[in-house]
Design a binder for this molecule. Structure first.
Ligand SMILES: Nc1ncnc2c1ncn2[C@@H]1O[C@H](COP(=O)(O)OP(=O)(O)OP(=O)(O)O)[C@@H](O)[C@H]1O
Ligand SMILES: [Mg+2]
Length: 370
């Protein structure tokens, strides 16, 4: 295990700055996930930690040791990337043994380690096969096994599951979670997959244009996004954004007149400077119809465009005024086939964003916070 510290880390390619002043502390045994749009710098940052990409500025410390100029091979990291190249001419067993053979480990030690790793990843029955005789998920497990063999202090994963079908992804996600629990290593993981990020991470780092937009637990990022960008990035379907104008600020929050009609009182830190200013109200699709009897509610009239049944949950797509909106349908009591529908939400579940995209701090834990 190790802690990893990034202090003002920078990356430039030629004259273009790709990452600017990245400060981040990753604790011993923590599972940290980098997310962000394509091109935001996730892989570059991971490769810099891994020693595969030179660092242009700042300091990188692993276990309190400055490693900016230490070779990748000497950083004691296990890396698994999207295109996990196994040696095609070697069997699974030989692939697993390779890192330890290079480190001049003894035969008995290697054999013991292979047995342990193979059993952990449930690939015992595949040891004599060549990579081409394996399925994608099996190959993936061998690649992870090869990374484990050296007992690295830190694992780096760059979209390791992106080539797999849905079933295998789910299986592998569970295996990676178990692996982290058993080994207790520090893990740094890049993914585009919301579910992977929300379920695996202790801490999610949201990158945007080479900067850290927000760092927090999945719960924090979901319930207290610091910006409209994070709010829209975390959660599926995406948070709804409704335009409006602040009418008043008072001790219980701010009253916002929505372009779509109603005025709602959002329980956020009041700010007189915002009165009269345009703002955006954010409501997650899942927060509609979650309101409880007796609670103050807001109602929005939705013109229904279409309905999506996903089995356990149904989403209604439509518009409110001129704005597109998606809402989770209540379990019962909504008129199927109706062209109009009144949505209700609890004000405490609403988010408020200023014109510059920054969130206005919420006064209370949201109603849906459990
Ligand atoms: N060798 C390079 N030379 C110049 N620019 C590069 C180089 N490698 C990456 N970049 C640029 O750096 C930026 C960040 O790239 P990076 O691969 O880190 O993005 P990413 O967040 O991993 O994206 P994706 O989700 O698509 O994998 C991009 O704009 C990319 O074009
Ligand atoms: Mg990438």
């Amino acid at each position: 295990m190790a802690d990893v510290r990034l202090e003002g880390l920078k990356k430039t390619f030629g004259t273009i700055e790709i990452l600017s002043n990245i400060d981040l502390t990753i604790d011993h045994g923590e599972f940290v996930i980098f997310v962000g749009p394509s091109g935001s710098g996730k892989s570059t940052l991971l490769r810099m930690i891994g020693g595969l990409e030179p660092i242009s500025g700042g300091r990188l410390l692993i276990d309190n040791e400055l490693v900016n100029d230490i070779d990748a091979a000497d950083r004691n990291l296990g890396m698994v990337f999207q295109s996990y190249a196994l040696y095609p001419h070697m069997t699974v067993k030989e692939n697993l043994a390779f890192p330890l053979r290079m480190a001049k480990a003894g035969k008995a030690a290697i054999a013991a380690k292979i047995a342990k790793t193979a059993s952990l990843l449930q690939i015992d029955h595949l040891l004599e096969r060549k990579p081409r005789q394996l399925s994608g998920g099996q190959r993936q497990r061998v690649a992870i096994g090869r990374a484990i063999m050296r007992e690295p202090k830190v694992f780096l994963f760059d979209e390791p599951l992106s080539n797999l079908d849905t079933d295998l992804r789910v299986q592998m996600r569970v295996q990676i979670a178990k692996l982290h629990k058993q080994l207790g290593n520090t893990m740094i993981y890049v993914t585009h997959d919301q579910v992977e990020a929300m379920t695996l991470a202790d801490k999610i780092v949201v990158l945007k244009d080479g900067n850290i937009e927000q760092v927090g637990s999945p719960h924090d990022l979901y319930h207290n996004p610091a910006s409209r960008f994070v709010a829209g990035f975390i959660g599926s379907p995406k948070m709804n954004f409704l335009g409006g104008k602040v009418e008043a600020a008072h001790e219980h929050g701010m009253d916002v007149r929505l372009d779509a009609g109603p005025t709602i009182s959002v329980p956020v830190q009041p700010d007189q400077m915002l009165v009269g200013k345009p703002v955006t109200v954010g409501i997650r699709p899942d927060d509609f119809s979650s309101s409880m009897p007796g609670q103050q509610e807001i109602s929005i009239e939705l013109g229904v465009d279409f309905v999506e049944h996903l089995g356990s949950v149904t989403y209604i797509y439509g518009n409110a005024g001129n704005e597109a909106l998606v809402a989770r349908a209540p379990q019962s009591g909504w008129p199927k086939g109706a062209s109009k529908f009144t949505l209700t939400a609890a004000p405490a579940d609403c988010h408020l964003f200023m014109g510059n995209g920054k969130a206005v701090w919420r006064l209370h834990a949201p109603a849906s916070w459990s």
